[in-house]
Design a protein around this ligand. Sequence first.
Ligand code: MN
Length: 414
Amino acid sequence: MRFIHAADLHLDSPLSGLRERAGERAEDIAGASRRAFDNLIEFAVAERVDFVVIAGDVFDGDWSDYSSGLFLVRGLDRLNRAGIPVIMIRGNHDAANQMSRRLTWPSNVRELSSRTPETVVLESLDVAIHGQSFPARAVTENLAASYPAPRAGLFNIGVLHTSADGRAGHDVYAPCELRDLTLKGYDYWALGHIHTREILATDPYVVFPGNLQGRHVNEPGAKGFSLVTVAGGRVTNVEHVSVDVVRWATLVVDVSGAETLEDLCPRVGQAIAEAVADADGRTLAVRLVLRGACAAHRALAGDPERLAAECASLALQSCGDVWIERVDVETDPAPLRTETGALADVTQLISHVRTDPADMDQIRVALERGLDKIPLQLRTEAGFAGLSAEQCARVLADAEALILHKLSPGAAHP
Ligand SMILES: [Mn+2]
């Protein structure tokens, strides 16, 4: 017997800030979660798996119209025609009270109740699947505690959307200790919510399959579902199957000692080539981070548009399908570079500002005044409590690079 355990599809997740940057790639990036789901369906039908379990957050949020729901139905129906049952629960993102619209699912689909734990028995397979949907976004009690006892003689699966005993970067929902799960007497725990793949235990297996498709640069690497093989009532194999179509990566490139923008291009090109080789032929969405002390710092920080275009050009020249999501310049000016003439006046002035607490305070106040335009609620939610001295120094360094670059003879035509 083989089944698919997937979670956190986040279908139709909005791109928010990404859309603007993605430009002509926006539809590729936005449509990735749907295409990854299509790949799952394709796999399930081709490999004739016995059933599919989805452990919550199928949708990213309330539907703006019925198209998201109809997209899901199209996939579920293909499984129905292939005789493959689907058992799914709702998570915090698609909790029962979060969704103002709903559809009746095809007859092969069982969405478990949000009021109380529910058990589905697949008679022909001797499988019992226990689980509960999220009634609301914030479920703070231990849902697993009230899941029913295992059914004797059957293969028992618990489906649970949970932050388990806490995971960095994820809100705490339906918290539980690992031993709450391992001592329950089930044969497999199909978890969802945490987007990084993780096997918490192997006796019995307690598994986060990770999300089906990375949504941004902080969800890097191969994404997909877990394919579970059961023989003689025991799990004999848990295998990750990648179905993502866009793969995210942050590439930190050391550009120390680069004299000019041209000098660092081969290093960036090399980093991109290595990432392409690692990406299994997927579209690669890359954030570049340039670090190190270099004379090129001024050209990088001073002309971000040119730098972005050079990096996009290197991506075009790679032998993969690469989109540069962003370029972060974290380089430092080359040491021991002494300016002369007007440029020396500028560096002297800025170094005076840098060491004068009153001047730095003025800069901080001016920057924070600009940040006031961001709604207070957003600032509070992000835990924003003012700019640090380090952030102000970074802004000043960027400003210095920009001014020196603009003032340098031949800045535009090196
Ligand atoms: Mn979740």
